[in-house]
Ligand binder design. Structure first.
Ligand SMILES: *[C@@H]1O[C@H](CO)[C@@H](O)[C@H](O)[C@H]1NC(C)=O
Ligand SMILES: *[C@@H]1O[C@H](CO)[C@@H](O)[C@H](O)[C@H]1NC(C)=O
Ligand SMILES: *[C@@H]1O[C@H](CO)[C@@H](O)[C@H](O)[C@H]1NC(C)=O
Ligand SMILES: *[C@@H]1O[C@H](CO)[C@@H](O)[C@H](O)[C@H]1NC(C)=O
Ligand SMILES: *[C@@H]1O[C@H](CO)[C@@H](O)[C@H](O)[C@H]1NC(C)=O
Ligand SMILES: *[C@@H]1O[C@H](CO)[C@@H](O)[C@H](O)[C@H]1NC(C)=O
Ligand SMILES: *[C@@H]1O[C@H](CO)[C@@H](O)[C@H](O)[C@H]1NC(C)=O
Ligand SMILES: *[C@@H]1O[C@H](CO)[C@@H](O)[C@H](O)[C@H]1NC(C)=O
Ligand SMILES: *[C@@H]1O[C@H](CO)[C@@H](O)[C@H](O)[C@H]1NC(C)=O
Length: 830
């Protein structure tokens, strides 16, 4: 027993001084690029400062975490040096990066003569130059380059840079991304502008470990919680040695990453992205470059054959005209269909006129300083004239705008969709070769069989085969013709279900993908707005959201094509007594996972995607289950299709919600927010736990509405009674069940403000966040009084309060049989 003890002592004695030595750097020390093994380490070696090689003879002096540079001396690309470089901590206290044998200065900390006597790299990744009394004189946290680490305070005085791109925090609390310190292509505020004109005094951004919440701190808002600006999409489900960081990449996008020290060097996972559409980053494809997508990847190209790429090896460098405008006498405007020249502040204010397509073209042609123009073609008549030298383009079938670019005659458009044509021809060739070979063999072997087989093959030839295969996999929704969908569904034969927005049919697309085709009803929007909403819906990607594959907008037909979910919707599993069908969902683990997945999906809609989406029809019928019984929410974004005018609140003219899941504020004509979804979710959660419909009233629930009965039983401590009888008790994690029940009670609070946000719901379900004892959802009648103002909704109020009355069984079954209700809310400004 003595020996290990002694060893411990020895270890401490031997180790401690070396740790100190490793942590402190003294003036006179130097790191050389020629010796990248040489480094200044943090005490526990999480971070190290050394040279890192990024390409041949291309080095940076950097603070490195797990092979990833998180700070670069001099920034990128200005701090780039070659193998002869050195990082010198001079006796006068200055830190210098020099290049070449002559030691030409690349960057310095400017701390000479300020009493700097030591330097330390601490375990948070901060490199600190200190004076004799251990006071920090200069730190890398105060002088960031392109990365923000947890614990770092990013203030309005700081800036992240990467090439021409920069990231700043404004005094208003807005986070902004800029190109060349002028064009603001991203601005995001965590502040509710409509509430007050809160003037911040000294805002700063910080990244919280381990959950990965990027939030805004300020003394003026210290009373309330910090404002959340961005949130990691994984809710802290990570190995313990994971570090998160926010980085401005050289593609102009700001991203949050997580990287586990135990993972392979350089491995990092994207957890959040500021500009979700990469092609919307100004200048991503350089000057005159046009950004578009092939599958999910943004690619850069030139507008037409009138242009040459500046660097064929690097399309992001942009394009230049083969003949400069000033060198030719005849000019014309080249048409770019479904394209836009990105126009952000400050260009937006100075350069637009109200005119149509033709005028947008000709005005630019006659204006000598105009290099291109974009007509929004959305009925507003807005035309942006590009007077600056720098033009950044974006072309996509989902855009509706038309652009014109000035070129010397003659205009030589790119061959339309050349690459795709080639691929199609190639595929067609491949197919015909196969078919030919096939037929030959068959002809020889069996004539009868040949007739049968080849006539079938012939049928396929007529369809637009194969070409759209890659399109289904891309981010952009495919535009189907009505006829195509009619064929795919064999004339809308097999009905899968009937939702709030129309019937859903099974269909088989030309690439054999099985899909669910939704025939929308009551869409009053025009083609243009419909397309815009479709793009929003299809740009919303999350594991727990059903994916939109395509759409059809033709005449009065509006259809959406979703991926097909073999396992159908949650209601079938929860509410059928069929023993066979609900095997999987008779396990608490699956139930909990579905509940959690649904919460995550809604959180994504509310808080993480570009335009916040209030689902407004959360119910088991809209929660689909994929092959692994993961929850996939469908029908999101559709409420907006129905709501014709674009106002943010009170814009709802005709609401299709589902009784039982509708929060009281819907019925009382009060403002409806994302908290409405929280209410509906709470009801669904209770149903997942209990396996009963929330509006079902039976002797088992003591003739009370589920939520009320469950609350009473919960108060009495009868958790077992609430839990679905079909769930085998030995598999149940009772702690999770109690947590879930409490969460559901919080979600169905009458007062929207008392309900948690969905992000909070996820944290509570996962046990990250503590749960206070929930108050009863429905208090006495006095709490209800404010919702009983409008006589028009009195009948629904009765439904809501049916728990108090002893409902007879016929009423109960009637409620069960018609799940869906349409309610008309009056548009009345308070
Ligand atoms: C590194 O760069 C410096 C200055 O740019 C130059 O003088 C030196 O020759 C270069 N050394 C090598 C090895 O490329
Ligand atoms: C190093 O220290 C940091 C900060 O104290 C801590 O978060 C991290 O887990 C430590 N890493 C190791 C490998 O001990
Ligand atoms: C270190 O800096 C602090 C603040 O600037 C100053 O008060 C202190 O005297 C300095 N200590 C030494 C030893 O220079
Ligand atoms: C962050 O910076 C702000 C503004 O300079 C300052 O008021 C605040 O105290 C700092 N917070 C921390 C934790 O350093
Ligand atoms: C960036 O802006 C400066 C002036 O602010 C201008 O001289 C320069 O040409 C711009 N860069 C590009 C690539 O347009
Ligand atoms: C802040 O960002 C919001 C968008 O989130 C924008 O509407 C607003 O104009 C911005 N404010 C400033 C001062 O940039
Ligand atoms: C903004 O604040 C007002 C009043 O405090 C509140 O009613 C509204 O819901 C808030 N809006 C958002 C988007 O948070
Ligand atoms: C809001 O801002 C306006 C003008 O900037 C100012 O006159 C007004 O007093 C401010 N209101 C509050 C409540 O701070
Ligand atoms: C320019 O236009 C004029 C009149 O249309 C034509 O005669 C002339 O050949 C054109 N020049 C060039 C270089 O295309």
């Amino acid at each position: 027993m003595k020996i290990p003890c002694m060893q411990m002592f020895c270890l401490i004695f031997i180790f401690f001084p070396t740790v100190i030595l490793a942590a402190d750097v003294f003036p006179g020390s130097t790191l050389y690029a020629s010796n990248p093994e040489n480094s200044w380490d943090s005490p526990n070696k999480t971070f190290l400062l050394s040279f890192i090689q990024e390409a041949e003879n291309f080095y940076f002096a950097a603070i490195i975490y797990n092979g990833i540079p998180v700070w670069k001396a001099g920034g990128d690309p200005r701090g780039a040096v070659n193998s002869s470089a050195a990082l010198r901590f001079l006796p006068d206290g200055n830190l210098q990066l020099v290049n070449g044998p002559t030691g030409s200065l690349v960057w310095q900390s400017n701390t000479a003569g300020r009493g700097v006597s030591t330097a330390t790299l601490d375990d948070t990744g901060n490199f600190i130059l200190k004076n004799g009394s251990n006071i920090p004189i200069w730190t890398t946290f105060d002088n960031p380059t392109d990365t923000i680490l947890p614990g770092q305070n990013f203030t309005v005085n700081n800036v992240l840079r990467s090439g021409l791109y920069s990231f700043r925090l404004l005094t208003s609390g807005n986070m902004t991304l800029q190109w060349n310190d002028s064009i603001v292509y991203y601005s995001s505020s965590g502040i509710n502008s409509s509430s007050t004109n809160t003037s911040l005094t000294s805002p700063s951004l910080g990244l919280q470990q381990p959950v990965g919440i990027f939030s805004l701190f300020d003394p003026t808002i210290s009373n309330s919680s910090p404002l959340i600006m961005a949130r990691s999409n994984d809710y802290g489900e990570n190995p313990a040695d994971t570090i998160r960081f926010v980085k401005l990449e050289n593609d102009g996008n700001l991203r949050m990453y997580s990287s586990a020290k135990s993972s392979t060097s350089g491995n990092k996972i994207v957890r959040w992205t500021a500009v979700s559409d990469q092609c919307e980053v100004f200048g991503y494809c350089g000057n005159m470059g046009i950004c578009s997508y092939i599958d999910l990847t943004p690619v850069c190209g030139c507008a037409s054959e009138n242009f040459d790429p500046i660097d064929p090896k690097d399309p992001r460098k942009g394009c230049k005209r083969k003949v400069e405008i000033k060198d030719c006498s005849n000019r014309t405007m080249l048409l770019l269909d479904r394209a836009t020249f990105l126009t952000y502040p400050p260009e937006t204010t100075s350069q637009y006129f109200t005119m149509g397509n033709t005028a947008c073209r000709s005005n630019c042609l006659s204006d000598t300083s105009c290099m291109g123009s974009t007509s929004l073609a959305d009925g507003t008549g807005v035309c942006y004239m590009k007077l600056s030298d720098f033009i950044s383009g974006y072309q996509s079938p989902t855009l509706t705008s038309t652009s014109f670019v000035k070129v010397c005659e003659p205009a030589m458009p790119n061959r339309p969709l050349s690459s795709r044509e080639d691929r199609k021809n190639y595929n067609a060739m491949k197919i015909s070769v196969v078919v030919l070979g096939c037929c030959l063999i068959l002809v020889i072997s069996a004539g009868v069989f040949w007739v049968f087989f080849c006539s079938r093959k012939h049928n396929f030839k007529g369809l637009p085969t194969w070409d759209s295969l890659s399109e289904y996999a891309s981010a952009l929704p495919v535009h189907f013709s009505y006829k195509e969908l009619q064929q795919a569904t064999e004339g809308f034969k097999e009905k899968l279900g009937e939702g709030g927005f129309g019937a859903v049919y099974r269909g088989v697309l030309t690439n054999k993908t099985v899909a669910a085709v939704k025939q929308l009803e009551g869409i009053e929007q025009g083609e243009k707005q419909f397309r815009m909403e479709v793009v929003t819906i299809s740009s919303t990607h999350h594991l727990n959201l059903a994916r939109l594959l395509g759409f059809c907008s033709e005449g009065r037909h509006r259809l959406l094509v979703y991926e097909f979910m073999k396992n159908g919707s949650l209601d079938k599993f929860l509410f059928t007594s069929d023993e066979q069908s609900c095997k999987e969902v008779r396990n608490w683990g699956y139930r909990y996972n579905i509940a959690l997945g649904t919460a995550k999906g809604i959180t994504y809609l509310h808080e993480e995607c570009r335009d916040c989406i209030v689902h407004s029809d959360i119910k088991p019928e809209n929660i689909l289950l994929d092959d692994n019984y993961n929850a996939r929410i469908s029908d999101f974004g559709l409420a907006r299709l129905i709501n014709t005018n674009g106002q943010r609140h009170r814009s709802i003219l005709s609401v299709r919600g589902t009784r039982g899941y509708l929060p009281p504020e819907w019925l009382a004509n009060l403002p409806v927010t994302s908290k409405a979804d929280v209410y509906s979710y709470g009801m669904v959660l209770l149903e997942i736990i209990s396996g009963r419909r929330n509006f079902e009233v039976s002797t088992e629930t003591n003739h009370k509405k589920l939520s009320l009965w469950a609350y009473e039983e919960f108060e009495k401590g009868n958790v077992e009674v609430i839990l679905d009888k079909r769930l085998p008790r030995d598999e149940v994690n009772i702690e999770q069940v109690i947590r879930a029940i409490q969460v559901s009670f919080w979600c169905i609070q009458q007062q929207p403000s008392h309900r948690p946000t969905m992000g909070k719901v996820v944290q509570m379900l996962e046990g990250i966040s503590e749960i206070r004892a929930p108050p009863p959802a429905i208090k006495s009648t006095s709490a209800n009084a404010q919702f009983q103002v409008l006589p028009m909704v009195s009948s629904f109020q009765t439904v809501l309060n049916s728990s108090q009355t002893t409902a007879n069984s016929s009423l109960a079954s009637e409620q069960k049989s018609e799940g869906e209700t349409s309610i008309l809310l009056h548009e009345e400004e308070a």
